[in-house]
Design a protein around this ligand. Structure first.
Ligand SMILES: NC(=O)c1ccc[n+]([C@@H]2O[C@H](COP(=O)([O-])OP(=O)(O)OC[C@H]3O[C@@H](n4cnc5c(N)ncnc54)[C@H](OP(=O)(O)O)[C@@H]3O)[C@@H](O)[C@H]2O)c1
Length: 398
């Protein structure tokens, strides 16, 4: 596939050199690579006429909301009578709270004492002023933004619920707690708005893109609309926490697609494919560096950024004819072999098996020890050990 890569780069620089060739160099930086799918997604929206709220995504029309229609002054007006209480200061709580603060909205934090509390203090949150214990923050807040870990949302529900009085809003970044209420026990009172904004990526990326004047994409949903303003407030909050544009979903669709995606191509399936390909190469006598380069390094450093920027259709059209023939012949075999597993996975998400497993495993007393053993198994696999050596050889790491 080296030929394919070279051909793709040649093609890219031929099409729009020198500007695009510089873009390729920039895209090759790891920090940027992690943001590529979102960048590409943003381009879909921005390439169409501003102000038009219905976009054509491959033939299906969908409503989208753009940050440009929600300037900070409008956000401040929308929430002028609100206190936004962000519960939790993990990656998502931190990213959203800091972005809200920078948008000059009235935001306070709720955290237990410990790592998150200390981090919040180190980043300028002041105990007794805008940093409180969780119940105190719930009492003071009019919008309760539940960004505790999903397990903690379930565990602390009975402490939070009494503060969810008429007129308040309950906000999530995951449909998990509400949709799997049989397992989590999270059933919101009927007389409050319940909304969701799910940034499509980690809270760290949300914060970093915001600081760079950019915005991750996210989804927005309404579970209960008592005020009649739930959608408008959800969209405004989505922009306030730092998203660049929002697409519509429901709590159920959000959690199903999220659990499915991370177990599939985003994390689970990709690790399985990497390892399978690597192991066959090693069994057939290829060296670890060759097996790693042909499996992971070329994918992440060369092809995936190009796919993120231009699509797989472009990639197929812009590689060597040898690579092209092979990819065209083999992709359907991989599709046919994996599709039954994806069907099984979706069913396992939809029937709650994945949620129950997650809640049970993540709240077990030996959780930390078991997790560390599982992570060590991956880290100790020869492929990722070889990867550490390969990454050290990248000129920028020397
Ligand atoms: N849509 C998306 O793409 C996306 C991406 C990431 C996250 N999310 C969602 O955002 C939410 C937060 O995610 P996260 O990654 O930031 O979560 P996290 O790192 O797992 O945890 C967040 C916070 O929960 C607190 N916490 C955990 N157990 C607690 C307990 N028993 N009592 C009190 N506080 C407790 C932690 O405090 P300590 O430091 O004291 O433990 C931390 O401040 C989740 O609903 C998650 O699913 C969505």
């Amino acid at each position: 596939m080296n030929l394919a890569t070279r051909a793709a780069f040649r093609q890219l620089t031929r099409v729009a050199a020198p500007r695009v060739s510089r873009t390729v160099a920039i895209l090759a930086r790891p920090a940027i690579i992690s943001q590529l799918p979102r960048v590409a997604a943003c381009n879909i929206a921005f390439s169409q006429t501003r102000g038009v709220k219905t976009m054509d995504f491959g033939g299906t029309k969908e409503v989208v909301y753009e940050r440009s229609d929600y300037p900070p002054a409008k956000l401040q007006e929308t929430f002028k009578n609100d206190t936004l209480a962000v519960l939790g200061y993990g990656p998502m709580g931190r990213g959203q709270a800091l972005n809200l603060r920078d948008n000059k909205l009235n935001v306070i934090l709720g955290s237990r004492k410990g790592a998150s509390w200390d981090k919040a203090v180190s980043e300028g949150w002041v105990p007794g002023k805008n940093l409180f214990e969780i119940n105190e923050a719930c009492d003071r807040g009019t919008v309760i933004m539940n960004l505790l870990s999903d397990a903690a949302q379930s565990k602390l529900w009975n402490e939070i619920k009494p503060y969810l009085t008429k007129g308040k809003t309950l906000y999530f970044s995951h449909g998990f707690s509400v949709i799997y209420s049989d397992d989590t026990g999270v059933v919101p009172p009927k007389d409050i708005d319940v909304i969701l904004v799910a940034p499509k990526g980690s809270g760290t990326t949300l914060r970093n893109l915001f600081l760079n004047g950019r915005g991750i994409n996210g989804s927005v949903a309404v579970y209960q609309d008592v005020s009649g303003k739930a959608k408008e407030r959800a969209v405004a909050l989505g922009v306030g926490v730092g998203t660049g544009y929002l697409y519509e979903t429901t709590f159920k669709q959000e959690v199903y697609s999220d659990l499915y995606g991370e177990r599939g191509v985003l994390m689970g399936a990709i690790q399985g494919l990497f390892v399978a390909q690597y192991e066959v190469l090693r069994k057939k006598g290829h060296s670890p560096s060759e097996a790693f380069n042909e499996t992971v390094e070329e994918a992440t450093q060369s092809l995936y950024p190009l796919i993120g920027a231009n699509g797989m259709d472009w990639m197929y059209a812009n590689c060597s004819t040898t690579a092209q023939r092979g990819a065209l012949d083999w992709w359907k075999r991989f599709h046919d072999a994996s599709k039954p597993i994806f069907e099984e996975l979706y069913e396992s998400v939809a029937n709650g098996t994945e949620t129950r497993r997650s809640l049970t495993k993540n709240s077990a007393p030996n959780y930390r020890a078991e997790l560390e053993a599982e992570l060590a198994e991956i880290a100790d696999h020869e492929m990722w050990r070889a990867g550490r050596a390969v990454r050290k050889l990248r000129p920028e790491n020397q």
